[in-house]
Design a protein around this ligand. Sequence first.
Ligand code: ADP
Ligand code: MG
Length: 230
Amino acid sequence: MIQFVDVSKKFQRKTVLENINLTIQQGEFVYIVGPSGAGKSTLIQLLYRQLLPSKGIIWVNQFDLTKMKAKGVPYLRRELGIVFQDFKLLPKLTVFENVAYAMAVTEKKPALIRRRVLEVLKEMGLANLRHRFPSELSGGEQQRVAIARAIVNRPSIVIADEPTGNLDPETAAGIINIFEAIHRQGSTVIMATHNHELVDRRPHRVVEIVAGQIVRDQAKGAYHYAGIRH
Ligand code: ADP
Ligand code: MG
């Protein structure tokens, strides 16, 4: 459902991703790992067509992103839920409004919006915080609002770029649990992170990028400890 074919990305003359070939099937949970500056965020931005590649083809669901015109982008984005390190909530809207705002793009009936937003907020354990503003929430709560907003339209693919980067380890583990629950409900989840500690403990596919190239693509369930597979 997602395919990168010989994808390279250059900024000016600097090659940031080089000949990336990657296929992700529907329903997979994939970690994109690698050191800071490796190209993880660039790869994520290519996925939601924030960036176009310098070379190669990118398929996401039925869309060829390299042939997609600007007016096609909203149709792509409807199938994606995107979560960022810095949450990107709208500061002047309440928790409820932040999530409802994302849904109002496609759904016009207020009763349906209300029902679905409350359902997602409940799922995220946020129902009783729905009248608060982002500034009145902890980091973990803000990220749960951002996740609620990302999944309110039931996207087939959830993409997260360092979603735990601003959170303490305990809160981060809770956020990963939420992504795992979303995955169990059927979504594809793709998460860029440089938090190896979290990744190593979870049985998911790991794609490692170093200096713009894939150096490891390790299948789900392959456990390693100090280089020993077990
Ligand atoms: P990561 O997310 O793995 O830390 P990034 O994808 O953000 O890495 O960045 C990869 C490299 O591309 C870095 O060297 C970064 O400086 C460079 N880069 C990212 N975005 C741009 C841009 N818009 N213009 C120029 N260089 C960029
Ligand atoms: Mg990054």
